[in-house]
Design a protein around this ligand. Structure first.
Ligand code: CA
Length: 230
């Protein structure tokens, strides 16, 4: 199997070097770009497995790079944001990014995000069947039923809808806005408040114990992600 090809988009040479050194040590192949236009060119000509994208680029906003790439490809994009400001991350996720890292980040964090993305890709490739399986969770999509450890999960229609949306995007962070748009068709403060309530009841039924979520991860102020469970 070919080593995964990572496109590293970063205008700061020291951070770019840190990332490429890490990738080299861990046997990834990589390409680099230092601008948004360079990123679009490399992404379109080499079709990388993952794009690591800095949001603050000299020639264009990283969000615009995501929007352009999404016009032709679903390649995984992990955003690197220097700003701890949530609105940047949310904007990037809404534009179609898969995940984010906030600077400063550790080498371990970077590698963990790449592994999550690779597992998601593998899962998407094997998920052509109408039965979704993740750890002890099974969703029989045609039948509209979910099971945990073989036992039926008694979900309300709304909880089931949320579970399926998270499952279809396993490994990907979904923002509050994205989820409420998909589920209710609109997204205002009251929708986001309702989402919290539905997620709380869903998780109570899905997770084994409180305080140790296995399936659904909360990103405070951002959204939720279904984790790939081994
Ligand atoms: Ca930058």
């Amino acid at each position: 199997m070919n080593k995964p090809l990572i496109l590293v988009v970063e205008d700061d040479p020291s951070i770019r070097n840190l990332i490429t050194t890490t990738l080299r040590l861990h046997e990834y192949r990589f390409l680099t770009a230092a601008s948004g236009s360079g990123a679009i060119l490399e992404a379109s000509s080499h079709n990388p497995d993952v794009v690591l994208l800095d949001l603050g680029l000299p020639d264009m906003d990283g969000v615009e790079v995501i929007q352009r790439i999404r016009t032709w490809s679903n390649m995984p994009i992990i955003v690197i944001s220097a700003r701890s400001d949530d609105t940047d991350k949310i904007e990037a996720l809404d534009a179609g990014a898969d995940d984010y890292l906030t600077k400063p980040f550790s080498v371990e964090e970077l590698l963990a995000r790449l592994r999550v993305t690779q597992r998601r890709l593998a899962l998407m490739q094997e998920q052509s069947s109408p039965i979704f399986v993740n750890g002890e969770l099974t969703i029989d999509l045609p039948a509209g039923c979910a099971y945990l450890s073989g036992e039926p999960l008694h979900l309300t229609p709304m909880e089931y809808k949320l579970l399926c949306l998270l499952a279809r995007n396993v490994g990907k962070v979904l923002t509050h806005t994205y989820i409420t748009q998909k589920v209710w068709g609109h997204s205002d403060d009251s929708d986001i408040a309702s989402l919290r309530v539905f997620m709380a009841t869903l998780r109570k039924k899905l997770e084994q114990g409180p305080g140790a979520p296995q399936y659904i991860q909360t990103h405070i102020g951002v959204g939720y992600r279904m984790l790939r469970v081994e």
